[in-house]
Design a protein around this ligand. Structure first.
Ligand SMILES: [Zn+2]
Length: 179
């Protein structure tokens, strides 16, 4: 069984792995895939792209397939996940209590995110709207631990699509991934 294909890609959803870099140590896409497939019983890792703390971009689920990352929005959205985004809260004895959301991402992760967003928009001409997981209606999560819409406004004052056109002269000249 394979995940259904997306007919449209109009939205990008940013996630975090909700990992504490100190408490969990490095967490790669294969670890996330194991969590999603073995522990949650999904068909594959839920995200399309994963950005490590060193900025390396790891490929997750088949780009054309519906992801498993935001209930109600998987059929028309592309999912990018950043490693980190949480902190382990401990009690007086140092025992783990819970994870809380924190923007502990590194500058190079935001650089990679920027590149990945523009690349995805070249691949998907309908993709114009970027949100954080927590910004979706009925999402009960701290993910991705930062304000995506505010960050997008700062990074792309004229909007991501306009930046793409200004940079490449067209927003469809370069397809980094092919079909
Ligand atoms: Zn999420």
């Amino acid at each position: 069984m394979t995940p259904p294909r997306r007919r449209h890609t109009t939205r990008g959803v940013i996630h975090c792995a909700a990992t504490d870099p100190h408490w969990h140590g490095p967490v790669d896409i294969e670890t996330i895939r194991r969590w999603h497939v073995e522990e949650r019983g999904w068909l594959d890792v839920g995200y399309h792209v994963y950005i490590r703390r060193n900025g390396v971009i790891e490929i997750g689920r088949d780009f054309g397939a519906s992801g498993a990352h935001a209930a109600g929005y998987n059929a028309d959205s592309f999912a990018i996940c950043l490693e980190g985004g949480a902190r382990a809260v401990r009690d007086d004895q140092g025992r783990f209590v819970r994870l809380e959301g924190v923007n502990n991402f590194l500058p190079i992760q935001f650089e990679a995110l920027r590149v990945m967003m523009l690349s995805a928009m070249i691949k998907y001409p309908e993709l114009d709207h970027w949100v954080g997981h927590r910004d979706l209606p009925n999402a009960n999560t701290f993910c991705p631990s930062f304000d995506v819409e505010e960050w997008v406004r700062q990074e792309f004052p004229d909007g991501p699509r306009e930046e793409l056109r200004a940079y490449y002269g067209s927003d469809q000249q370069l397809d980094l991934f092919g079909d």
